[in-house]
Design a protein around this ligand. Structure first.
Ligand code: AKG
Ligand code: FE2
Length: 342
């Protein structure tokens, strides 16, 4: 049964859910193996022996090349902040839907739900989110303590230090000696996204996505995901893999900009969230982004991708989602190919 806080998915997507041809076309059987992602102990970055510090950096680079995804433990963000974040996030989503949709709680247009441009079930995301620019939460004065806003601020300031560090290591490991990341990715160009995936009771012979298959458009993402309810899946060697939740870990994944900046060395891999039929799920994502004018041009040559700035990239993604129903992403920017629509 949907609650008063659930978005009206059933009503809004009635036609899509009843579209028989979707089910026939998308009846592919996909075998999904459950798997533990590489786990990296970040406390080793502070080890007294240089060898241990370097080995930790190499693990980060290797996982980014081979998986595009890894987990970090001993990451320095306290369990207390994470617990408070989850609890207060849940409370914010359990406001009645009308209130969430009407009020600009955190920043204008922050609340989103479903997939307004979906034309088939594959493009439908059974989830809701608050998508918040960090400028709107960081450094604001007089935030009452023990509110979601103040917890988000504490989380964001810590997670942004973590993202800075990981980006710096990845840049160093690909042979980049510049201070590009430090200069272009500042806390006020990054985003926080609070996700809720309501239970999805629909049975239509087709798996429903909580979040459709996508790559992230940023440099890297740090994700705090639910400990119990899994659902995150990613592509590894052409196969879908289900990520086993690890309560001690945060998940880090490479986004499109790092793939372009590293000239294909680090992989921005496709991932999705599969909706759960009986349990809701929460996650919090931190998107490490540059300013809109930042030009992405790899120091590793010859370049696979033409130069582009982040504004242009985001605009292209938005245009593709509007006109095609889903994102094309980096293939659009390859030097050697003109992207042909499938
Ligand atoms: O909720 C998750 O586990 C993944 C979220 C995600 O991929 C995103 O917000 O881009
Ligand atoms: Fe993502």
């Amino acid at each position: 049964m949907a609650s008063i806080w659930d978005p009206p998915f059933m009503e809004a997507y009635k036609n899509l859910l009843e579209k028989k041809e979707d089910m026939r076309n998308n009846n592919e059987v996909v075998v999904v193996e459950e798997c533990e992602l590489p786990v990296i102990d970040l406390s080793l970055l502070e080890a007294s022996e240089e060898l241990a510090r370097e080995e930790c950096k190499s693990q980060i680079a290797r996982a980014s090349e081979e998986w595009g995804f890894f987990q970090v433990v001993k990451h320095g963000i306290s369990g207390d902040i994470l617990k408070r974040l989850r609890w207060q996030q849940e409370k914010a989503f359990k406001e009645p839907f009308d209130v969430k949709a009407k009020e600009d709680n955190f920043s204008a247009g922050a609340y989103r739900w479903g997939s307004p441009t979906a034309t088939c079930i594959k493009q439908l995301s059974w989830s809701e989110a608050f998508h918040i620019p960090l400028t709107d939460i960081i450094g604001s004065n007089n935030i009452p303590s023990n509110t979601l806003r103040s917890t988000m601020e504490q989380f964001a300031s810590r997670v942004s230090r973590l993202a800075d560090r990981i980006a710096e290591i990845l840049a160093e490991k690909m042979g980049d000696k510049s201070s590009f990341m430090k200069e272009n990715c500042l806390p006020d160009t990054c985003y926080l996204r609070l996700n809720r995936y309501p239970a999805c009771p629909v049975r239509c012979g087709h798996e429903i996505n909580g979040l459709i298959t996508h790559t992230d458009s940023d440099f890297l993402t740090i994700l705090y995901q639910d400990h119990e309810v899994g659902g995150l899946q990613l592509v590894k060697d052409g196969k879908w893999i289900a990520v086993k939740p690890n309560p001690e870990a945060l998940i880090v994944n490479i986004g499109d900009l790092f793939q372009a900046y590293s000239n294909g060395l680090y992989k921005s891999v496709q991932h999705r969230v599969v909706a759960n039929p009986t349990s809701e799920r929460f996650s919090t994502a931190y998107f490490f982004c540059p300013s809109n004018d930042t030009v992405i041009d790899s120091c590793r040559k010859p370049s696979l991708y033409r130069k582009f700035n982040f504004r242009e990239y985001r605009q292209q993604v938005r245009d593709d989602v509007r006109t095609l129903g889903s994102k094309i992403g980096l293939p659009r920017f390859l030097v050697t190919h003109h992207y042909h629509q499938p």
